[in-house]
Design a protein around this ligand. Structure first.
Ligand code: 4AD
Ligand code: MG
Length: 448
């Protein structure tokens, strides 16, 4: 394939930054997104990964070869285009390109056109073609927003004196319950893909004070909800000497920081995604804090008013519809704290006032998005932790090192985990987490 410099020399530019070149000739390297024709005028829309721009090609203004090449371009053919940038108020990005030259890098043949046309496709078809679907402006905008959210999360912690510490992905035991483990044959031993880096960053927090991890985590979730992936990315802070209250404060600052950053830097993408940003502009601390008991009251009231079909049974964990209902009562994330210890993980510190409750918090995103953050104060007592490990049927031998943390200078400490995909789904206002990650892994999906 011949991808030499274009015949006419002009500086390389990207569509996102095209405004810097108003009135100048530039060269763009990208693909044809769409082509309209109107008599002796061609209107190709090009994309380059940073955005899209409409080109204008009047037959009278270019050579017959250039006109012909554009006229016969097929969707997603790769092209190197030279043209003059012209501000135009009606153009979606504010600029158009008066094309002077085009070099076709690879023309998609008519015999096998690009499978994702501009008409509607079913979800199964799109998922099967995820590798191509992601080229559409909406999907690209979501992926850019995801990258911004990840960068914002890391900036937040980096700027506040947290040290990034990477936990292992291959682990000998469960962190979040034994029913969602992915087993891996580790030579002659049984290992598992990590469900969370938490246990390991509790150790690094005792070494470094304030730490965080960011990496892939795995859950063999048999659920087919719009919130569950089997492989997802989690950002987890862990703080020595922090209590549950400190943690809730950290969580609201963190979420606000990320949302503010997206509004600042990804407004154009949020517009492409058709996100109602006024909902995001509400997101400012303090976030409402309610207890599990108060959340149950909300559910019971909802049931009495006929808004919820089944009556929630106090003592259980909230399902997705319960979380959706609770979160829909607030215009910003709501922090639900102190769940019954029985429905939560083994490592949570009991509430000294009511030991049947855990010092934990779930942050539920507004607009019905449900849980985006789960966290807690960690158990301090060696004896109680050992007892919980046994009660949860976990192998004591695999947790010896974790118990050590309660023997050698144990301190109160707390942390939380935020699933990146849940945050992206909420901030972008998406129906389903499958669009929040380049290649989603779900119950019945491991291709492409
Ligand atoms: O509430 P979870 O299970 O908490 C933990 O893993 C703790 N160890 C975190 C910690 O305290 N350091 O998961 C945390 C978050 C959830 O709130 C959700 O955003 C996301 O991880 N999450 C999932 N995201 C997509 N698909 C799944 N199957 C998820 N399970 C959890
Ligand atoms: Mg949780």
């Amino acid at each position: 394939m011949d991808i030499q410099a274009p015949t006419k020399t002009a500086p390389l530019a990207t569509i996102a930054e095209i405004g810097k070149h108003d009135g100048q000739s530039v060269t763009l390297r990208g693909w044809l997104y769409n082509l309209r024709e109107s008599g002796k005028l061609l209107f190709p829309i090009f994309r380059d990964g940073t955005g899209t721009i409409q080109g204008v090609v009047p037959k009278s203004a270019v050579s017959p070869e250039v006109f012909d090449a554009v006229k016969h371009l097929t969707q997603e053919s790769s092209v190197i285009v030279t043209g003059k940038v012209r501000a135009d108020k009606r153009a979606p990005g504010g600029y158009e390109l008066d094309v002077s030259d085009v070099q076709v890098v690879q023309r998609v043949p008519d015999s096998e056109p690009f499978p994702i046309s501009l008409k509607e496709h079913g979800v199964d078809f799109l998922m099967e073609h995820r590798h191509l679907w992601m080229r559409t402006p909406r999907q690209a905008a979501i992926l850019r927003t995801r990258a911004e959210i990840i960068k914002a999360a890391r900036d937040f912690f980096d700027e506040r004196g947290f040290t990034l510490t990477d936990p292992p992905i291959l682990t000998p035991a469960a962190c979040e319950g034994t029913s969602t483990l992915f087993p891996v044959d580790y030579f002659d031993d049984q290992a598992y893909l990590t469900q969370s880096g938490q246990l390991y960053i509790e150790a690094t927090a005792m070494a470094l004070g304030k730490v965080y991890s960011f990496g892939p985590t795995f859950r063999a979730e048999k659920s087919k909800t719009r919130r569950h992936l089997t492989e997802f990315w989690m950002v987890e802070p862990e703080v020595a000497y922090a209590t549950l209250d400190d943690l809730m404060h950290l969580a609201e600052e963190f979420i606000t920081f990320i949302v503010t950053r997206c509004l600042e830097k990804r407004r154009a993408d949020l517009k492409t995604i058709e996100r109602d940003v006024s909902k995001l502009e509400n997101i400012k601390p303090p976030f409402p804090r309610i207890t599990y008991d108060e959340a149950v009251e909300i559910l019971h009231k909802g049931h009495a008013e006929g808004k919820l079909e089944t009556k929630f049974e106090r003592g259980g964990d909230f399902g997705s519809p319960d979380e959706t209902y609770i979160s829909s009562q607030f215009d910003r994330p709501v922090m639900v704290h102190r769940y019954p210890a029985a429905v939560k993980a083994f490592y949570m510190e009991p509430d000294p006032q009511r030991p049947e409750l855990a010092l934990c918090v779930d942050v539920l995103a507004p607009e019905g998005y449900g849980e985006i953050i789960g966290g807690s104060q960690r158990m301090g007592s060696y004896e109680l932790l050992l007892k919980r490990i046994h009660e949860h049927g976990l192998p004591e031998s695999a947790f010896k090192w974790y118990l050590d943390l309660r023997k050698f200078g144990g301190v109160p400490h707390s942390g939380f985990g935020m699933g990146i995909e849940r945050a992206v789904a909420w901030i972008c206002g998406l129906e389903h987490v499958r669009e929040t990650i380049p290649f989603p892994r779900m119950l019945h999906r491991i291709y492409p």
